[in-house]
Ligand binder design. Structure first.
Ligand code: PBG
Length: 324
């Protein structure tokens, strides 16, 4: 009987690359962009080296830079000038996302623009919907979500991505879009979104920390896996086109399970805390940041993600960190 020697296929880079099972491609990535009011602004985000808050005019430069690197898909997050109890900027024609869509789509019609659909950056209390009796009221929030998606679609969004973890948000959004003739706008649902401390740096970036309590009455308990199936089944049945798992790295088992179960694209959000940890450790000289980045992104793909939303997209393409 011959002896098994797996090392034969690791002899040199040529044979290793021939047998490689997973590889990343620039088409896998969606790049998040934070847009703020004002002009001529490119504000560094302290806890996310290499990531900025852009005014609309500067966001155009950023998008141009990405397109030149072959990054064509973006997810927009807005920081409005005025916040209120309901987050009404989200459905206003002059809202931060609406006005950004107008100018981006006008200048770069080829850019694929996904809008994050939520309220936390827009409400005075920082929660993802309308507050009633000290908690987010699910069904009142659904009505506002409908207004928000219709408005995004009217201003040219290519895809909407609801991230608020409201029950039955996909049904409400699909119906609203269809009623207004937007049958062709897909929905990427943040289906299994966990109440995670890995969102810390994002909340600095987007100014969306809740002013009281936390998000555990709507985002999932990190301990739960079967519950992710309930969430994803509901979104699948209600017509989501893409299911997302978020965060990515501590939830690779959930990504894997989603990929096995559904014959549809699975997205994973490589969130702010995952990004910032690599940047911090790299600055301290504790790890080689670029190599760790490559390994992390690869692991997300290997687990089953077809789409990876990541702040690393540009740096993956140029294989260099831009913050130093
Ligand atoms: C909600 C939203 C959040 C993120 C994306 N969409 C924050 C939250 O739920 O508190 C986090 C993304 C990240 O950490 O990179 N609009």
């Amino acid at each position: 009987m011959s002896v098994r020697r797996p090392r034969r296929l690791r002899k040199n880079e040529v044979i290793r690359s021939l047998v490689r099972e997973t590889s990343l491609n620039v088409n896998d990535f969606v790049y998040p962009i934070f847009i703020t009011h004002g002009e001529n602004l490119k504000e560094p985000i302290q806890s996310m080296p290499g990531v900025y808050r852009f005014s609309k005019d500067k966001a155009l430069d950023e998008i141009k830079e990405c397109i030149d690197l072959n990054i064509k898909s973006f997810i927009l997050f807005g920081i409005p000038e005025h916040k209120d109890e309901e987050g009404s900027d989200t459905w206003c024609d002059s809202g931060i996302i609406q006005s950004s869509l107008d100018i981006i789509k006008n200048k770069f019609p080829e850019a694929y623009i996904i809008t994050d659909v939520c309220f936390c950056e827009y409400t005075s209390h920082g929660h993802c919907g309308v507050i009633k009796d000290g908690d987010v009221d699910n069904d009142i929030t659904l009505e506002n979500l409908k207004k928000q998606v219709i408005s995004h679609a009217k201003h040219g969004a290519d895809m909407v991505a609801p991230s608020g973890m409201m029950d039955n948000m996909i049904k409400a959004i699909r119906e609203a879009l269809d009623e207004h003739g937007f049958h062709n706008i897909p929905i990427m649902s943040y289906s299994a979104k966990y109440a995670s401390k890995f969102y810390g740096p994002f909340r600095d970036a987007a100014d969306s920390t809740p002013s009281f309590g936390d998000r555990r009455t709507y985002q999932m308990d990190p301990a739960n896996k079967k519950e992710a199936l309930i969430e994803m089944d509901i979104d699948f049945e209600q017509g989501a086109d893409i299911l997302m798992v978020k965060p990515a790295l501590s939830y690779l088992d959930i990504i894997h399970m989603a990929k096995e179960r559904y014959n549809m694209p699975i997205a994973a959000y490589n969130v702010s805390g995952e990004y910032s940890m690599v940047k911090a450790a790299n600055r301290l000289g504790f790890i080689s940041g670029i190599d760790v980045m490559n390994e992390m992104l690869l692991s997300i793909k290997r687990a089953g993600a077809d789409i990876i939303i990541t702040y690393f997209a540009k740096e993956w393409v140029i294989q260099k960190f831009i913050d130093i």
